[in-house]
Every structure is written in C-alpha cells, then in structure tokens.
Design a protein around this ligand. Structure first.
Ligand SMILES: *Cc1c(COP(=O)(O)O)cnc(C)c1O
Length: 380
C-alpha cells in the first residue's frame, strides 16, 4: 500500500484532510466540455468550498476555465479577495446594508430579492459614492430567496441609479429528482425575464451583457436547456454526485480525503467495556485500536456514526461511542496493524473506498452535509 508522505498538517495534528487540487482542475475542465464555449462557469465555493478550502478550490477552478465565483456571504467573499483573487464574486445570501461600501471597495456582486432592501442598498451605494454590482434573484418555485413573480414584475431596475444590475437568476428546488418541475421553473424564469424586459433594461443601465443563470450541478449535468449563459456549479466541481437519478459522469474525481492514524492498539479481554456509557462490551478477546478523531472534528457521534473506516485497505467497524477526540475500532481481522498506520475516514485506501455518498446513507443525510461537516479545526 502506498502511504502518503507526511504533510505539515499530519505532523501538527494526527487527523487531517487531503485536498486534491488536480481533481478540481480535472472536474472543472470536464464541466467546461459539458457546457460548451458559449456558457460561462461560476464555481460555487460557499461554506469554505464545501469544506474543501475555498481559496484552494477557487484557484484550481479559475485556472481551469471557471470565470466567476459564488459564496454565501461577504466574509467568504472577502477571504477570496484578500487571497488575491480578482474574478467576479457573487454573494448568494443576505448582505447587511451596512456592508455596501465594503462590497463596492472589494468589487463584490450582491443578490437583490426585495425592493425595500434594494432601495436601501442603492441609497448606501450612492452615499458611498460608488456603484454596487448586483444580480436580481427570482423565486420561481423554491420558496427561498427571490422575488415572487408579482414582485418581480413590479421591480423596476431603472429605479436604482447606484446599482449596476448585471444579471438575473433563479434556483431549482428539485433538479436532482424532478425534471418536469425543474422545466416549469425554467419556463417561469424565462417568462419573467421576457416580461420584465430584463435584458434590455439591465444592459441599458449597466452597459454590460447581462448574465442569466439558473442551473446548479444537477441541472448542468441533466438539462442543457437550463444552461442559459452561465451555470452555478458546486457539488459536481468537488466530484460529488447530485443524486442516483442524476449521477456524475464516471470520470469525475472526488477532491477530498479525510484521514487519521492508529494512536493505540491493544487486546482487550472478553467482557470488557469500550467507550463512554459502556455501550459496547467485547465478546471474546478483541483487538481494539484508538483513533485520535471525534465529534469535535466533525466525526459524527449521534444519532448514528460513520460505521466503519479503512485500515490497511480493509474495512474496520467503529465500536462503542464516538468521543470528543477519540474513536475506537475493531481490527482483529486485519493482520499487521501498527500504531501510526494511516486510517481513512473518507476516501480511498488500497482497493477500498468510503465515499461521501456511502457516509451520507449511513447518517441519513446528503453528501453535501457530509463534506460541510468536517470542522475547521481539521487541517486542510
Ligand atoms: C449552493 C448553490 C448552488 C450550487 O449547487 P450545487 O448543487 O452544489 O451545484 C447554486 N446556486 C445557489 C443559489 C446555491 O445556493
């Protein structure tokens, strides 16, 4: 088995994340092939790049054909700017009006989804003596952020002289499972863009070719009609699959592995308790390894845990409760285990792999939440 060389992260902390920038580069180039040369790619790097590290993901994506970035809030955008990234950054979520001057100074693009809030943003931008770039968001059926159709028709983009409206978008609520609902949302979006004469008025106001976008990963992979002139891709960029109905092409590569090491190894006698609450009692003599990882790293304790990990290319079950910083596994069936051996919590080892999708099934959640749940204290 090939062991990875010891990294700084591994030296300082025995539990670490390995980030594969080549995988992001590869996935970005594949996404570029899928969307073609007339559609722009926005790499969604909110939540610290879905737990992968936003700056590293953004750099790899931008170097391989992504033109823009999207994040959830002004803080995430500022981190990218401070890392020297100059490409357009769209803030998808709420921006407090007090941040308007900061947004202008950092050349951020905000999302407008409420007339009163837009008016306040415009007033603040004017006060700051600048123009704030913005995209308008329509709610076409998700019931989250966005102007509902009536509000969209009343939204006068000419009424905000200090906002440079450079795009309009909507978000799909079920692109990974309901193509007909998604097609309806797309039709509603196109109708609203036409009715509000969005393209003509946005172009007249900002002098820019307006961007129209609605596709997330699932729609980018399964619905070419929805590409419009830009797609907003998160999940697929990271090599994660939207759903069983919308799988990722087989050659996409996951970009994250989560690893730790064997910290202790001993044989416990029959009838011995393992972990808090004595919830596991050995049947016979059992070889138990301790791993220096726990729920303080995001290694879930309850209501269910990861179930198993990889040691020497084989699956080893977790026994007893996961503690804050420690987890016990059973390794009787794996010959030659030693202290210091690499243990894979998420990722591949030898011929075996534990995917984010496998873990999601065990935890009763989705792959998105699995990667976003690795806490910041785990070094990237
Ligand atoms: C997170 C997000 C995306 C990316 O979705 P994926 O399914 O990860 O591709 C796109 N648009 C918006 C508004 C989002 O919040």
């Amino acid at each position: 088995m090939v062991q990875n060389p010891v990294s700084t992260a591994q030296f300082l902390r025995p539990t670490w994340v390995e980030f594969d920038a080549d995988a992001i580069a590869h996935n970005t180039r594949r996404l570029r092939q899928i969307i073609g040369s007339r559609v722009a790619l926005m790499a969604v790097v909110k939540a610290d790049g879905y737990g992968h590290g936003a700056v590293a993901v953004a750099r790899a994506a931008l170097a391989n054909g992504a033109a823009q970035l999207a994040v959830a809030n002004v803080d995430e955008a500022t981190i990218l700017r401070e890392a020297g990234i100059r490409e357009p950054i769209l803030v998808l979520g709420y921006v407090d009006p007090s941040a308007v001057a900061h947004c202008i100074a950092h050349d951020l693009t905000i999302t407008l989804y409420d007339s009163d809030l837009a008016r306040e943003m415009d007033r603040r931008a004017s006060g700051a003596g600048g123009r704030l770039r913005a995209h308008v968001k329509f709610d076409t059926g998700m019931g989250r952020l966005g102007l509902l159709p009536d509000a969209a028709r009343q939204f006068d983009i000419g009424a905000f002289p200090s906002l440079a409206i450079a795009g309009a978008y909507t978000h799909f609520s079920a692109a990974d499972e309901d193509p007909s609902y998604t097609a309806e949302q797309l039709a509603r979006f196109k109708a609203l863009v036409a009715e509000t004469r969005f393209m003509a008025s946005a172009h007249a106001r900002s002098g820019l070719r307006p961007l129209l976008h609605c596709a997330n990963s699932a729609a980018t992979l399964s619905m070419p009609d929805a590409h419009l002139n830009l797609v907003r891709v998160g999940l697929a960029l990271y090599g994660l699959s939207p759903s069983a109905a919308v799988p990722l092409p087989a050659d996409f590569r996951p970009a994250l592995a989560w690893k730790t090491v064997v910290a202790s190894l001993k044989t416990l006698p029959p009838g011995h308790a393992v972990g808090y609450g004595n919830s596991y009692i050995t049947q016979g003599e059992e070889c138990i390894a301790v791993l220096p990882v726990g729920y303080a790293d995001g290694f879930r304790r309850a209501p269910t845990h990861y179930g198993e990990v990889l040691v020497r290319g084989q699956r080893a079950p977790i026994v007893g409760r996961v503690s804050m910083e420690k987890t016990m596994i059973r390794v009787d069936h794996i010959p030659g285990v030693r202290i210091g051996d690499e243990v894979v919590l998420l990722g591949a080892q030898g011929a075996e792999r534990i995917s984010a999708e496998d873990i999601a099934r065990r935890l009763g959640t989705i792959n998105y939440e699995v990667v976003c749940s690795l806490l910041p204290r785990v070094m990237r």
